[in-house]
Design a binder for this molecule. Structure first.
Ligand SMILES: Nc1ncnc2c1ncn2[C@@H]1O[C@H](COP(=O)(O)OP(=O)(O)OP(=O)(O)O)[C@@H](O)[C@H]1O
Ligand SMILES: [Mg+2]
Length: 252
């Protein structure tokens, strides 16, 4: 089985203002199997983004290692797609060209990458917006473009850092339902960072709770799928799992 293997990972930053070192990540080991959906939660500053940035290959590790299918990760690559809280779309490119950007960088010819981009826009419900520009879209729509753009590279792993944090509550619930549907259809491995405990539980198969750069605990989420809010928000098992994760986060 292919997987993402993180072994004894650490990251020390030098804080130039304080003139001291910060141990942001301290000996994290984690095995994520292909097709798993894992949420990472924990208090602000516990190292979530730092871990994600190391998996993405944006920053080097200070210690330990990260392997994807056995290959050590040393930098960014199309095998890992990233979606951030800020939409980070190219404002001068149409929605279609934003989504086709990764394939373009890999030398995919125009007709083929347009076809791929349209397929992923269809998947996120934005086929009608292909020729628009990002500033003509709502926040929720922009975030869907971000998801389509990450998926257009057909990554093995999708890394998401609070992707829905800046959209309104209703749109956010829709995006969460859409993401679980897309995950079920395509089964990429997903690592999803959030502050929102119910979001973490709603989405994932497993929630990892971090505290001060270390893994505090993890909770398996064996709720049935498809997951929809109409059913889950009153569901006893969902409430009990959310309560359990919340308690862990508050003790972190
Ligand atoms: N570039 C940097 N230089 C110095 N210190 C940093 C840097 N980036 C992060 N840190 C520190 O590392 C620790 C972990 O930060 P990180 O951004 O990974 O936390 P986080 O869990 O993502 O927090 P949040 O929930 O607020 O996004 C914090 O103490 C932070 O101040
Ligand atoms: Mg963060």
């Amino acid at each position: 089985m292919r997987s993402l293997t993180i072994r004894d990972l650490s990251k020390t930053y030098f804080d130039a203002y304080a003139g001291s070192h910060v141990d942001a990540v301290r000996g994290v080991s984690l095995e994520v199997t292909q097709g798993e959906f894992v949420s990472l939660v924990g208090p602000s500053g516990c190292g979530k983004t730092t871990i994600l940035n190391m998996i993405a290959g944006f920053i080097p590790c200070s210690g330990g290692e990260i392997r994807l299918d056995g290959r050590a990760i040393h930098g960014p690559g199309p095998d890992r797609g990233v979606v951030f809280q800020s939409f980070a779309l190219f404002p001068w490119k149409t929605v279609l060209d934003n989504v086709g950007f990764g394939p373009k960088m890999r030398g995919v010819p125009k007709a083929e990458r347009d076809r791929t981009a349209r397929e992923y826009l269809e998947l996120v419900g934005l086929a009608h917006a292909a020729d628009r520009y990002p500033n003509e879209l709502s926040g929720g729509m922009q975030q869907r473009v971000g998801v389509a753009r990450a998926l257009a590279n057909n990554p093995e792993v999708l890394l998401m850092d609070e992707p829905f944090a800046s959209v309104d509550a209703q749109t956010r619930m829709t995006l969460q339902e859409e993401l679980t549907r897309i995950w079920q259809e395509r089964r990429p491995t997903i690592i999803f960072i959030t502050h929102d405990v119910s979001e973490a539980v709603f989405l994932a198969n497993r929630v990892i709770v971090l505290s001060k750069g270390q893994i505090l605990d993890e909770v398996d989420i064996a709720l049935p799928r498809p997951r929809v809010w109409d059913k889950l928000h009153e569901d006893a098992a969902f409430k009990s799992l959310s309560g359990k994760v919340l308690q862990l986060v508050r003790s972190a």
